[in-house]
Design a protein around this ligand. Structure first.
Ligand code: GLU
Length: 305
């Protein structure tokens, strides 16, 4: 497995030249587009790593899967999906268009920004500080890394420039998807996106999902099998932005990407995979990261289909 990881990394590295780092959040524009790393964590406690696997990056949209788990644990399945739908959009992650034209007015799924902001508003807590602390504690628990924290520069950068998310959030409050202080809810969302991780952290979270909500090392059940199943299903149908269909065909494993360059994959009953490569393709997915996952899936026969 170690040799395979090294070989695949080397082959995929060429592709990074064809991608671009995200710049719409200015601090993300500083990432080195040549970086590429992978971590594979399996059920037996083995960890295989290659390349820039210990490079830190912000989790961005991968966080949407994790807050969704916590929101369902806090509110139940029915109450959560009264606020956010279950259907893929085919639109970009930050698209506003369907918010107004779909009736009843609610974001189509929790993996697009509007849906994720609605999900964040569902997290229990007396104020935004407590809400974010609960989110961070949950990230730490399921990654097994109690040092996880936010990258302040990225957080400030997104907070200063996130007007598209702001406009969606105000629209959603207007149509009654949530109540309360919009800036407070956005603050929690921006912070959750700015949590800094490496490939090992996201591979371990992917493994936790692959193991149906149980931490493999300790045997501790953190969430129900049903919650883990719902989240993995969203990863298949909408985890890779509007390239999710193509990814399902070429790779065939539940995965969620983020504009920071990370992709978290969860191969049911087998392994979690974390990849990092900030050079993105035109849909916002790590270009080298997708290639690593495609090759791993092909060589190890990982597609669930
Ligand atoms: N924080 C980013 C945003 O809201 C997350 C986007 C992503 O990773 O897809 O724009």
């Amino acid at each position: 497995m170690q040799k395979l990881a090294n070989d695949i990394l080397l082959k995929s590295k060429k592709l990074t030249e064809k991608g671009n780092v995200a710049e719409y959040i200015p601090a993300l524009g500083k990432a080195d587009p040549n970086k590429l790393g992978v971590c594979i964590a399996d059920m037996h406690g083995n960890i295989f790593t290659a390349g820039d696997y210990n490079n830190k990056f912000t989790i961005q949209s991968i966080s949407k899967t994790i807050t969704l788990m916590l929101a369902i644990m806090d509110n139940g399945v029915e109450n959560t999906f009264n606020k956010v739908g279950m259907e893929p959009t085919g639109d970009a992650f930050n698209s506003i268009i369907k918010l107004e034209i779909v009736s009843p007015s609610r974001p189509l799924n929790p993996m697009i920004n509007a849906g994720a902001i609605a999900v964040t508003s569902l997290i229990n807590g007396k104020d935004s500080k407590e809400r974010f602390q609960r989110i961070l504690d949950f990230f730490r628990l399921i990654s097994g890394n109690n040092k996880l924290d936010i990258n302040n520069e990225v957080y400030e950068s997104e907070k200063a420039t996130g007007d598209r998310n702001r406009s969606m959030a105000y629209f959603m409050r207007d149509v009654g998807i949530f109540e309360g202080d919009v800036e407070d809810i956005l603050d929690v969302y921006f912070k959750q996106c700015s949590i800094e991780v490496d490939c090992i952290d996201i591979a371990k979270i992917g493994l936790f999902l692959a193991n149906r909500g149980i931490i493999p090392q300790t045997g501790e059940r953190i969430t129900t099998e049903n919650v883990a199943r719902i989240v993995k299903t969203f990863m298949i149908t909408c985890g890779m932005y509007n390239a999710s269909g193509e990814f399902a065909i070429n790779v065939g494993v539940p995965a969620k990407s983020g504009v920071g360059g990370g992709i978290m994959a969860s191969v049911p009953h087998k392994m979690g995979i974390g990849v990092y490569g900030p050079a993105l393709d035109n849909k916002g997915n790590s270009i080298g990261g997708i290639e690593i996952l495609r090759q791993l899936s092909k060589q190890l026969n990982l597609s669930i289909f």
